[in-house]
Design a protein around this ligand. Sequence first.
Ligand SMILES: O=C(O)CCC(=O)C(=O)O
Length: 252
Amino acid sequence: MSLTEQQVNAYETEGFLTGIQISDGAEATRYRKAFDELEAREGREKCQMGLIDWHFDHEFIWDLATHPKIVDCIEFLIGPNVMMLATHFFCKYGPDEKKFVAWHQDVTYWGLEPPEAITAWYAIDDSDCENGCMRVIPGTHRSGIRAHRKSDREGNLLSINQEVPVSKEEEQHAADFILRSGEISIHHGALIHGSLPNQSTRRRCGLTIRYVPTWVKQVEVNSLGQTWSAILLRGENKERNFGELAKPFPMK
Ligand SMILES: O=C(O)CCC(=O)C(=O)O
């Protein structure tokens, strides 16, 4: 799969791409059913934010994180030497839970130097304004990392309740990532993004997959007090900045 020059330029200017189809209907259904089964076993509370790095034990998550079409897109944007850092499901149930994701920049608490990372957000479910799709403030990845503070609003799903202040005007220019199940959006690690509560009766689940080029270093632990469990997916890891783990399953 390839990205056009126009898409690469748009990513550089705006800090995101959205609506990229990865799975056809049958494949998207297969992944959604695999998640449904996981949810039935683990329960909703765990599934909301508690499934971090389960690609080491669950082949369908590994298959998504290493999906050749997704990694092709990432390679276009960060170059040939691609490491996967982590996977994390963000699952919001509505309409009573009122959980949201406060505006933030991913790399703030990731301990990376330089703070360069990229995320693919794979839609397990259809995602729209009603069920709390992801939103971003275009171009904000180009103006550095802003000071984050603790959110004073109830229901922030982020790991340390962080939030970055955003002006009314910026908020008015937010872009909504409306995705069909099986599509992805891609965002730069410094792009301001978040999501509103799910006001529908439909689940809104997405798998975030974090990638870095091999020349990035981890100089501090991340917000969970951990070092990343990185795996080389493409190219060479000459820099050896991350302890490189073995692939838990074959790549398809
Ligand atoms: O899924 C969401 O609503 C937010 C995802 C997010 O914050 C992230 O990818 O870092």
